[in-house]
Design a protein around this ligand. Structure first.
Ligand code: SAH
Length: 375
C-alpha cells in the first residue's frame, strides 16, 4: 500500500523546512509553499508556478492540502456568520465570524467538543470528541477567508480568537504550529496582539504558550473565589485561582504593553453581586488586565439565567472605579446560536454528563483535589 499523503496545510515554516530537507529539496521551498497556501489560497500543486515541474509532480503524489468540509452556514441579523465544519464522520466543529466597524474577528475551534465541563457552557454538554489537528485549526482561517470573499461586502479577517469549541491549551501540540502560521509574514501575517488564545486556566499550557508564542491571552475566570470557581469551571480544582493568577502575572511580565483579558460570564444570583465585584477587583490588583463581562447566553437545558442589566452595570462600575478597564461584551449572533458558549457542533452527547448545579454560590469549599482534567 502506498504511504498516506501528508497534509501540508498544518505545517508551520519550521515544519515545512524540515519536510523539504527530508525530501532532498531546498529549504526555501517552505517559504514559497507557505505563500501559495496561506496568502494566495491555492491548494492545487499544479498551480504553484514557481516550483519546478518535477517538484509539483512529486508533491501531487506524496502530499496534499486538505480542508474540513463546510456543511452548514447561518447568517445572523447582526451580520455574524456561523459555519458548521465536518472534520470526520463523527465530529463537527463550528466557527464564527463577527464583523465590527473597523475589524473582523474570526472565532475558531481547537477541539471537537470539550472535556472541561464548565457548568454554563453548551459545548460542555456535548462532551469531548477529539483534538483537532493543526491543519484543521489553520484550515478554519483558510475556509473563512474563502467563504467571506464570496459574500457581498467581502469583509477581512483582522483578528483571530481561539474561543470557539474546546480548550486550546489542552491541544498545545496542534495550536502551536497553527499560531506560528497566523503570525508568520509569509503566511497570515497577523500581529501577535490580534491573535488571542482563551483558556479556562490550564496553567502548564499558559507557561508553554509564553515560551513558544506569546500571543494575547484571555482567561475565563468567572468567579472571584475558589469555592465558586470549583463549581463553575471545574479545572479550577487542579489549578486554583492563586496559581492561575501567578501564571498570568508571569505571562505579561516581560511586555510592558501586554494585558491579560479576564472573561467573566454574568450569571444571575451566582457571581454578580457587589461583594463579588469588589473581591474580583482585589484579586486582579497589580495584574495588567482588562475585564470582559459576558452576559450569559442561555441555551436549552441551561440551569442559569443572565444577570439583570442593572447588576451587570453595577458590577462594571465597581471594577471601573477600582481602576480596571471593563467592558460588557455585546452578545452577537444570538439568533443563530453563535454567541459565546453556545457552539455545539454535532458531537455525540456524553450520556453520564450533567452534574446538576444548584446554589453554586453556597457551595462549601472543596479540598484541593488533583482530579484528572475533565473528570
Ligand atoms: N475553553 C476556552 C475557550 C472556549 S469558551 C475557555 O474556557 O476560555 C469562550 C468563552 O465563552 C469563555 O470565556 C467561556 O467561559 C464563555 N462561555 C461559555 N459558555 C457561555 C455562555 N453560555 N454564555 C456566555 N459565555 C459563555
Amino acid at each position: 500500500m502506498s504511504k498516506p499523503k501528508i497534509n501540508l496545510l498544518g505545517l508551520s515554516r519550521a515544519g515545512l523546512e524540515r519536510y523539504f530537507l527530508e525530501q532532498g529539496e531546498q529549504r526555501f521551498r517552505a517559504e514559497q509553499i507557505l505563500k501559495w497556501i496561506h496568502q494566495q489560497g491555492v491548494k492545487d500543486f499544479a498551480a504553484m508556478t514557481n516550483l519546478s515541474v518535477a517538484l509539483r509532480g512529486k508533491l501531487e503524489t506524496i502530499a496534499e492540502i486538505s480542508l474540513p468540509e463546510v456543511v452548514g452556514e447561518q447568517l445572523s441579523t447582526d451580520g455574524t456568520r456561523k459555519w458548521l465544519l465536518r472534520v470526520d464522520p463523527q465530529n463537527s466543529i463550528e466557527m464564527v465570524f463577527i464583523p465590527e466597524n473597523s475589524r473582523g474577528t474570526l472565532c475558531i475551534s481547537s477541539q471537537a467538543g470539550c472535556a472541561l465541563n464548565c457548568a454554563f457552557c453548551a459545548t460542555a454538554k456535548q462532551g469531548f470528541g477529539r483534538n483537532l489537528s493543526s491543519a484543521e485549526i489553520i484550515g478554519q482561517l483558510w475556509l473563512a477567508r474563502q467563504l467571506l470573499a464570496e459574500t457581498a461586502d467581502a469583509p477581512r479577517i483582522t483578528n483571530v480568537v481561539l474561543m470557539g469549541m474546546g480548550e486550546p491549551l489542552l491541544n498545545f501540540e496542534a495550536i502551536a504550529p497553527a499560531l506560528d502560521l497566523m503570525i508568520d509574514d509569509c503566511a497570515w501575517g497577523l500581529a501577535k496582539r490580534r491573535v488571542t488564545v482563551s483558556t479556562a486556566g490550564v496553567v502548564p499550557g499558559i507557561k508553554q504558550l509564553a515560551e513558544h508564542c506569546p500571543v494575547s491571552l484571555a482567561v475565563s475566570l468567572h468567579a472571584p473565589d475558589d469555592a465558586l470557581r470549583d463549581q463553575l469551571v471545574p479545572i479550577n480544582r487542579s489549578y486554583p485561582i492563586k496559581e492561575l493568577l501567578t501564571a498570568c502575572r508571569d505571562y505579561v511580565a516581560d511586555d510592558r504593553r501586554a494585558k491579560i483579558t479576564f472573561e467573566y460570564v454574568m450569571l444571575d444570583g451566582v457571581n454578580d453581586s457587589a461583594k463579588q465585584a469588589k473581591a474580583l477587583a482585589r484579586l486582579l490588583e497589580g495584574i495588567p488586565s482588562k475585564v470582559n463581562l459576558i452576559p450569559f447566553n442561555p441555551f436549552p437545558g441551561a440551569e442559569f439565567q443572565r444577570s439583570s442589566q442593572a447588576n451587570i452595570d453595577r458590577f462594571r462600575e465597581i471594577l471601573s472605579a477600582a481602576g480596571l478597564t471593563t467592558i460588557t461584551r455585546r452578545p452577537r449572533g444570538q439568533d443563530i446560536a453563535a454567541a459565546c458558549g453556545r457552539l455545539e457542533g454535532d458531537i455525540l452527547p456524553r450520556s453520564q454528563r450533567i452534574a446538576r448545579l444548584r446554589a453554586a454560590k453556597q457551595a462549601s469549599p472543596n479540598p484541593r483535589s488533583h482530579a484528572p482534567i475533565g473528570a
